[in-house]
Design a protein around this ligand. Structure first.
Ligand code: NDP
Length: 314
């Protein structure tokens, strides 16, 4: 008994914090085989392994989820390997969410519209892509502010993968207004244009359009803030030490809800600015939790143990 335990402890110790493509080619013989993971570069800071492994353990699924440092030019080979190794699936993070699209065998409609995938499920040797960011965002906003997107006028900062998932979700849920501000104006305009058909309905709110792209500048923010309820930061502004809030405190107002998708700090610069202005603010941890729970549900077709997963993030 003791010998068996010691041997299994020794095996467990050989599990690494971060694996590479070379490791994927020769997966170690662990007590719990690795059949799930996150591919990224960098990936060492990903919180997904702790969250997903707690869920697997709770549900008595004898598999392990691991971090894989996969470089851009290694992605095709890595995806081919997970197909052959009969993985359950993987999460994708920077920089693979867009480039993986051409390597998939199929994808749900969300992925096609957003142009990015964050979840792959291996289905009898085929790779199917999903995107759980938008739906995760809906659940996060409901949890943080007890509101539904359909009742809100929303300003989204950014037009990258996360912003496109969030904006599409807001549109699909028929939010009252959607305003997109992006540093590169043309990209913001393109995103707004792609959502135009969702906003042809009869909801009319005075002189401001229901769907609009605006310039990334103070005067434009100042005007919009009186006409929105929720501001979402879907840019990395605030991620680096020394970053300022993408919208300064002086422009924010107490009526606002402010959601920052960044979760590296509880009080991101934007959340701090919101609280200082008397508004409500939340960081992106709740979105991380819900997009992860939705991924688990896609992989295993069963409800995710949300509270178990949440505990690993606190
Ligand atoms: P992308 O690289 O796809 O997009 C980045 C966006 O941010 C672009 O619109 C870009 O504008 C804008 N941007 C970048 N730097 C600046 C800057 N200095 N000033 C103004 N705008 C800037 O990234 P993602 O969409 O994948 O990720 C964006 C953020 O969302 C990240 O911080 C990520 O951590 C977070 N995220 C959080 C999740 C969660 O679960 N909480 C899930 C997914 C993402 P431009 O077009 O001009 O380049």
């Amino acid at each position: 008994m003791t010998t068996k335990k010691t041997r299994s402890e020794a095996k467990k110790k050989s599990a690494k914090e971060v694996y590479t493509l070379a490791d994927l080619k020769h997966l170690p013989d662990l007590d719990l085989p690795i059949r799930l993971g996150v591919f990224g570069d960098p990936v060492e800071h990903s919180l997904s392994p702790q969250m997903q492994n707690a869920a697997l353990q709770h549900c008595k699924i004898d598999l392990q989820y691991a971090r894989f440092q996969i470089l851009p030019n290694e992605l095709a080979e890595a995806l081919d390997l997970i197909r052959k190794l009969e993985f359950v699936g993987v999460n994708l993070t920077i920089p693979h969410k867009v480039s993986a699209l051409e390597l998939l065998d199929g994808a749900d409609d969300n992925v096609k519209r957003i142009g990015a995938t964050n979840v792959i499920k291996v289905e009898v040797g085929k790779l199917r892509g999903f995107n759980t960011d938008g739906h995760g965002f809906t659940r996060a906003v409901r949890e943080e502010f007890s509101v539904d997107l359909r009742d809100l006028r929303i300003l989204v900062l950014g037009a990258g993968g996360a912003a496109r998932a969030i904006a599409l979700q807001c549109a699909k849920e028929n939010c009252e207004r959607l305003v997109i501000a992006n540093r590169t104006s043309e990209k913001g305009q393109k995103l707004a244009d792609s959502l135009r058909n969702f906003f042809e309905g009869p909801k009319v709110f005075g002189p401001v359009p229901r769907l609009q792209a605006i310039r990334w500048e103070e005067a434009a923010f100042r005007f919009q803030i009186a006409n929105v309820d929720l501001i979402v930061n879907a840019t990395p502004v605030g991620l680096n030490r020394g970053d300022l809030s993408p919208i300064p405190t002086r422009l924010l107002a107490p009526h606002l809800m402010v959601y920052d998708t960044i979760y590296s700090a509880k009080r991101t610069p934007l959340v701090a600015a919101a609280l200082e202005a008397g508004a409500r603010g939340a960081n992106g941890l709740s979105m991380l939790l819900h997009q992860g729970a939705l991924a688990f549900e896609i992989w295993f077709q069963r409800e995710a143990p949300l509270e178990v997963m949440r505990k690993t993030l606190s």
